[in-house]
Design a binder for this molecule. Structure first.
Ligand code: GDP
Ligand code: MG
Length: 846
């Protein structure tokens, strides 16, 4: 090193991505070496450059947006200036984003550092249509302002000239102070007077700067004052009083007001010295903003837009979702063809029920999620999302969050997994973590399936929509409360001020929107998909094992009993048909049918055995025709088939296209059916009457009985499985919430994915596929639970344990299992407490 007289030390500062490294390399070439800042793992680069006979030592400071104590990088940059007192601080400013970048520059000015601004990327700024009057800006800010293009080395020697000029005192600097308005200035003056009695501190810092930092609640400065001032505590409590006073005046913490004033200062400086030639776009933007971010109508407009997004998401997503569901059930069918129809193959069950069933149910949500992401991508790319964050900012600040946290929460209505991933846009770690922790309280799409099962089962029509709305509202309120709680206990600290950039509105490009949508959807598929696959398998195993090898009740004889009773009933039809009382012809036909059915159960439709059983029955019935009663019986069978077909066609048409009663379409279908029934009646009125009686009084009870037996068996198997056992074990724990072991079992399933709850309830209530016939399940639920319990179920599934995918993503995004488990335990505990209170108080009132 040359002698100290000729060596100039400069600190190179700037926002991340402002081109700092490029400038550093351009200045120093290969004369650099890398070390660490003492005690931390932040890289410290130093380099040298000779300029006009002087050696310049250049220290690359960590990239920072501000000089608070919120991040280690910011603190290092600040302490370097305070402690090492460099001759010059060169702040690399991204000229294309001037206002935001100048925030850091203003803080160096306040620190009293000799400052030179390099307006880097001035080529891009020009291309964007910003015409910057460098001299005027220099005058306004009271420091040298040099345009540079670091990638081409342009402006480097001018920059060095300015640096040597400032170092040798040739550039007369005039100090510029940001004024904070009378209220804050009064408090600053008061605090400065107190600080003046502390000579030790005054040596290194300007009193005004210390006072500002006190109002900003700067932990580093507070520590210094406590350590170095005799009257430290007195000063700190005076600062506290000032802060409280200011908070009362402004309704916001001083830190935020101070940041606002700094931006006001910057914005003023820029408005004077920067002309934007693409003025028209900004003008239009401003005009649009005067409506969209209006204090009065901004919020309602925002909610209106969100409502539209949800409507659109569901309107477009649901039909596709139906198609996907059909696809997966088709796929399950095709795959099961690989095995014999009756097969105990664990692999078949694993693939069809576990993998396709589980993954399919989640992938079916993809269309909804894609449309939601598409809408959000459009809103984001057009620039509206920045406004939404801006509008929500005030409200969100009340719970210690940022306007920007609102977007992940919004996505949370679709699914918590992508919502947690969307928190990446939050720069501040604490904000991000808080948002991640509370996002699962926002009621996601999967929970909707639970509400849609329960609400119609227990509540009258007029209550349904409001109740659904209330469930969502409870989620939002709890999320806000939880955020508030977390911010005031676990993750204490004020909201960090940051620039609410309002980019000009832009027409989103199709390409950009599609790419954004796809990126997120893909992440959802990949991250959720793998986890859900694993969990589906586990859950399948939990509900299918251990297998019950010997059943307590023997279902074989039960089924035989039912068949016997059925055939007895068939005999009673004889007189109606005019057959002899003891005639066996009809009975034989029905027996042949039963035999065929039980034979066919073993085969798939396309298999030989299936057709063979049919031929066998046809043959048997054919032989009956030879008898005298054959004609009557075959007429009976013909009319019965026609009646069954007409009824079946009517029912599937209604179910498939979800046709409501009392609609024109319904009436039309009804007419078509009745027409067919009349045709059947015209063939033979007496036989028709017998068919009616047979179908209603003999066949229907038999079918029902058979189903009941099968379902009871399935229910028993579930109860015997691990899931059922877990449910039973949990029963005493959930009893105070009004839940029994059946609900507990379904809750275990809901942990894998919320929508599994409905399927699980279907199984434990032995109504079979709940999706196929939710009314059946609703009926059973109504028989078993009160509406209070029903509400508690919804409440518990809303709040409790986020699903496994959410927890896995939380782990991934926070990098810690601790946070994921904390989220799991915390939310479950919260759910327990809230549901307990609601149930107990509710039972007292009832
Ligand atoms: P740092 O994060 O501040 O260190 O930024 P870098 O030096 O890594 O620069 C970020 C990006 O901006 C790199 O791709 C550079 O090539 C580019 N860049 C830096 N300076 C200029 C400039 O003056 N003009 C243009 N067009 N690009 C620049
Ligand atoms: Mg860099």
């Amino acid at each position: 090193m040359k002698n100290a007289q000729t060596t100039i030390t400069i600190g190179l500062a700037g926002n991340p991505n402002s081109g700092k490294t490029t400038v550093f390399n351009s200045l120093t070439g290969s004369r650099q070496h890398v070390g660490n800042y003492p005690g931390v793992t932040v890289e410290k680069k130093e380099g040298f450059r000779d300029h006009k006979g002087r050696t310049i030592r250049i220290v690359d400071l960590p990239g920072a947006y501000s000089l608070t104590t919120h991040s280690i990088e910011e603190l290092i940059a600040r302490n370097f200036v305070i402690e090492e007192k460099p001759d010059v601080v060169v702040d690399i400013v991204d000229a294309t984003n001037l206002e935001r970048n100048l925030y850091l520059a203003v803080q160096f000015m306040e620190l009293g550092a000799p400052l030179v601004l390099a307006l880097n990327m001035s080529d891009l700024a020009k291309a964007h249509g910003h015409e910057i009057n460098y001299e005027q800006l220099s005058g306004l800010l009271g420091c040298a302002v040099i345009p540079t293009v670091a990638t081409k080395g342009e402006g480097m020697s001018e920059l060095l000239d300015a640096v040597t000029g400032v170092a040798s005192g040739k550039h007369a600097l005039h100090a510029v102070t940001v004024r904070y308005g009378p209220e804050i200035e009064d408090e600053l003056a008061r605090l400065s007077r107190l600080l003046d009695e502390c000579p030790e501190l005054g040596k290194h810092h300007s009193l005004r700067w210390l006072a500002v930092k006190l109002l900003e609640n700067d932990s580093d400065v507070k520590k210094k004052i406590r350590r170095q001032c005799r009257k430290g505590e007195e000063i700190l409590s005076a600062a506290e009083r000032s802060s409280r006073h200011l908070e009362r005046v402004f309704g916001d913490v001083p830190e935020i007001i101070i940041a606002d004033r700094r931006y006001g200062f910057i914005s003023g400086a820029c408005r004077e010295s920067v002309r934007t030639t693409v003025q028209s776009r900004y003008d239009t933007s401003e005009r649009i903003d005067s409506i969209l971010t209006n204090r009065v109508i901004g919020l309602p407009l925002f909610f209106g837009l969100m409502y539209l997004v949800f409507q659109l998401t569901f309107a477009l997503g649901d039909p596709v979702m139906g198609l996907l569901e059909q696809f997966f059930s088709w796929l399950g069918g095709v795959i099961s063809l690989l095995w014999p129809r009756v097969s105990d193959s664990a692999l078949k069950s694993l693939l069809v029920d576990g993998v396709i069933g589980g993954v399919g149910s989640v992938v079916s949500f993809l269309p909804n999620i894609m449309f939601l992401f598409l809408s959000i991508a459009i809103l984001e790319d057009s620039g509206y999302m920045a406004r939404a964050a801006f509008i929500m900012d005030r409200i969100m600040h009340k719970v210690g969050l940022h306007g920007k946290s609102f977007i992940p929460m919004l996505i949370g209505f679709g699914c918590s997994v992508p919502a947690i991933m969307a928190t990446r846009t939050l720069e501040n770690k604490t904000d991000r973590l808080t948002t991640i922790l509370v996002v699962p309280l926002i009621s996601c799409g999967a929970r909707l399936t639970i509400y849609l099962l329960i609400i119609p089962a227990f509540f009258p029509l007029a209550w349904r929509a409001p109740l659904l709305w209330i469930m969502y509202l409870i989620g939002i309120l709890l999320a806000m409360l939880a955020a508030r709680l977390i911010r005031s206990t676990l993750l204490r600290g004020k909201a960090t001020p940051f620039v609410m950039e309002l980019p000009p509105y832009r027409m989103p490009t199709l390409r950009g929107v599609v790419i954004h949508m796809w990126e997120r959807a893909w992440l959802f598929l990949k991250k959720a998909g793998t986890i859900i696959l694993a969990i589906s398998i586990v859950l399948w195993a939990l509900t299918s094992y251990p297998k019950k090898t010997s059943l307590d009740v023997d279902y074989g004889p039960k089924l035989a009993d039912a068949e016997r009773e059925y055939l007895e009933g068939v005999k009673a039809v004889n007189p109606l048909l005019g057959l002899a009382d003891g005639s066996e012809t009809l009975l034989k036909a029905m027996k042949a049918e039963l035999a065929m059915a039980s034979e066919q159960e073993k085969y798939h439709k396309h298999q030989k055995g299936f057709k063979k059983a049919q031929r066998k029955k046809d043959h048997l019935i054919g032989t009956l025709n030879a008898t005298g009663e054959g004609e009557t019986v075959s007429k009976f069978l013909q009319i019965r088939d026609a009646v069954q077909k007409a009824t079946w066609q009517f029912q599937t048409a209604i179910e498939r296209s979800k046709i409501e009663e009392n609609t024109r379409q319904y009436a039309m279908l009804e007419r078509q059916r009745d027409e067919k029934l009349r045709n059947a009646e015209e063939v033979d009125a007496r036989v028709y009457a017998a068919v009616k009686k047979y179908l209603e009084e003999v066949r229907a009870p038999f079918d029902q009985e058979k189903q009941t037996i099968q379902r009871e068996r399935a229910a028993r198997e579930v109860a015997y499985s691990y899931a059922g056992r877990i449910g039973r074990t949990l029963e005493p724990v959930v009893k105070p919430l009004g839940f029994d072991w059946k609900i507990a079992t379904a809750l275990v399933g809901a942990f894998a994915a919320k929508e599994v709850f409905v399927a699980q309830m279907g199984i434990v209530f032995s109504v079979g596929e709940a999706k196929m016939n939710p009314d059946n399940l609703r009926h059973r639920l109504r028989e078993n639970y009160s509406s209070l319990v029903a509400f508690c179920i919804m409440l518990f599934t809303l709040i409790s344990m986020p699903c496994v995918a959410t927890i896995a993503v939380t782990k991934r995004e926070t990098g810690r299992w601790t946070w994921a488990l904390f989220q799991l335990a915390g939310l479950t505990a919260l759910a327990y407490v809230v549901t307990l209170l609601v149930y107990q108080i509710g039972s007292l009132l009832a």
